[in-house]
Design a protein around this ligand. Sequence first.
Ligand SMILES: [Zn+2]
Length: 243
Amino acid sequence: MKKLIFLAFTATLLIAFSSPASAQLKSTCKKALFIGAHPDDPETCAGGTMILLKQLGCDVVSVYLTAGESGIKGKTHEEAAAIRRVESANACKVMGVRSLWVGQVDGYTEVNRERYAQMKAIIEAEKPDVVFTHWPIDSHRDHRACSLLVYDAWRQLDHCFELYYFEAMTGLQTMNFAPDEYVDITSTVDLKHQAIMCHTTQEPEWMLDEWHIPMEKMRGNEFQCKAAEAFVHQRWRSSEIVK
Ligand SMILES: [Zn+2]
């Protein structure tokens, strides 16, 4: 019931997500959160969709579970976090979206009762109608933690937002990912790459050439467009037991 009421308030924008079987799934979106474990995750995994939603009038927030404290060799956690916060701020400026920091530490993410409550409180306060986060089967521990925290919040909040999973460097990090929704990002892919290039400490040119551009092309081939991002839509049934 809560979900139906919530969607009734947000039924203004039509975003076209489509299945590979070509049936069009129309989803409404006024506010979307993209929750990643590290400063470059939302933009690399779903930046084209983030920009597209923003251009369509949706309020888009890039949420970072950690500040990438362990992501720059030779730098302390504090130094790396400061640098990577600036990189993300620049990327968000390119995409035209707002950033939000959860405050966990890169490489030391926790999944416990306090962290579940924290993620639930953040999402509850933002009141999104769509949330994207990591697919849970991933070689990176922080990605798995992020996915579990968001999934738990979605359950505890009575499924009041649509939940989608994105992929991160599939084959190296994300595994067993079989998408059921695609977004054509042909019109936004160049801006997405500009945002990724803001993460100067993360070898962005290599990351684009080796991983992100091939993935965009592969998903584009599957969806019969130049470049696409792919997602898994979380299903549920009203008889679920929430614990
Ligand atoms: Zn990551």
